[in-house]
Ligand binder design. Sequence first.
Ligand SMILES: Nc1ncnc2c1ncn2[C@@H]1O[C@H](COP(=O)(O)OP(=O)(O)OP(=O)(O)O)[C@@H](O)[C@H]1O
Ligand SMILES: [Mg+2]
Length: 459
Amino acid sequence: MARILLCDDEKNLRDLLILALEDGGHQTQEAANGSQALKLLAEERWDLFITDLKLPDISGLELLRRAKKMAPERPVILITAHASATTAVTAMKEGAFDYLEKPFSIEDLNLIVTRSLEQGALVKENVQLKKVLKEREGQREIIANSPAMRQVLEMAGRVARTDASVLVNGESGTGKELLARFIHKSSKRAEGPFIAINCGAIPENLIESELFGHAKGAFSGAVSSRKGVFVEANGGTLLLDEIGEMPMNIQAALLRVLQERVIRPVGGTGESPVDVRVITTTNRDLIKEIEQNNFREDLYFRINVVNLTLPPLRDRVEDIPLLVTRFVEIFARQYNIPIKGIAAEAIDCLIRNPLSGNIRELQNLIEGAVSLTSGEQVELATFPEHIRREKAATKASSPASFQLPIDGINLEKFMLDIELKAINQALERAGGNKTKAAEILGMSFRSFRYRLQKLNVGD
Ligand SMILES: Nc1ncnc2c1ncn2[C@@H]1O[C@H](COP(=O)(O)OP(=O)(O)OP(=O)(O)O)[C@@H](O)[C@H]1O
Ligand SMILES: [Mg+2]
């Protein structure tokens, strides 16, 4: 059922059409002239607007223009007594969905109404999808402040100026794809395509055609030719995710393409040049895979011209407060929930137990927490129980977990390093506030200050 506004100055025709539309299950309202119609258009929500082209006060075309301005995605149908070709063309140009020429049958009306509503729904869906995509795009900023991440980003920025192949290492959810997109966006290829495929997710017998395309009839099922991601990414960047999953026989073909920069589609005859920057990711240890004969060494050297490693979240806990606060902001905005922030206790819990699923898990956790929040800030209570429980179970790093390495250590240096690390992390977490940092380390401000001087930390 749709809400339809009908504007016509002929009462008899109006009555007839309203009756037909309501028979079709729609909710309708009528206007006898242009100004009445404009008022109703402005005041209420309509799925479809049908108007006569000839009205006593303003022209139907003018009305169409104004209606389109108010809601571009809402379809408008015009009714005309004698459709001259020019009026029809103008109407369509101005955005009318279609026109009905008098006299018309109720079937004609119903058909056009149904089609216009279908199209209206599609356009609306499209507008909404675009909005979601745009929001996602916004979420693609890399949030990071830790020295480790700053270093990675700086290297990524530098390598973006070149066409060098980049291998991104990192555990699942550490932001490998995000980093690849960042390199693409910062490169001179930014306006070109960014294509990503997951080598682990494609059935082995289809990988070759997925990568290099195939000719029509190349194999049973190849009813038409296909481009392949190298061609799709031409002029841009190709991300080969989980390169460690690529079967050995395809690795040889890939190596050839990377070396010669030409592709030969499966079952095709010709070769065509491709201009693609290749970024690969892996969460496997490729050196080990080479030793076990699962990965070609020559391919490894080709893809690993520059190596970037994303540290797991547990090695950059300094980033957690920043990540968490930004995610809260982003999801609060996305879901239109008025949230001002997140409880310190909740951030603390995450710092103590950096999630093993890394940033992806953190992002999902905060999305869930935001959607459960009713007050002004996200509380620890909105976290799943297993995450809250771990908080109680773990007591920082326990000395019991210490294992003396086989070849021993320099104890004094080791202790100093640990002290320095603890102090720096405490300062970072306390936002530079020394009294707070001392508290975190369970010592008085005086002895904290003494240690800072001894270790030459800060000012
Ligand atoms: N530093 C960051 N700042 C903001 N969002 C991030 C950051 N790192 C990762 N994310 C987000 O976390 C999610 C996972 O990131 P991404 O897909 O890039 O990880 P990945 O390393 O490719 O994971 P996988 O190995 O599982 O494929 C994405 O939604 C991404 O936007
Ligand atoms: Mg990924």
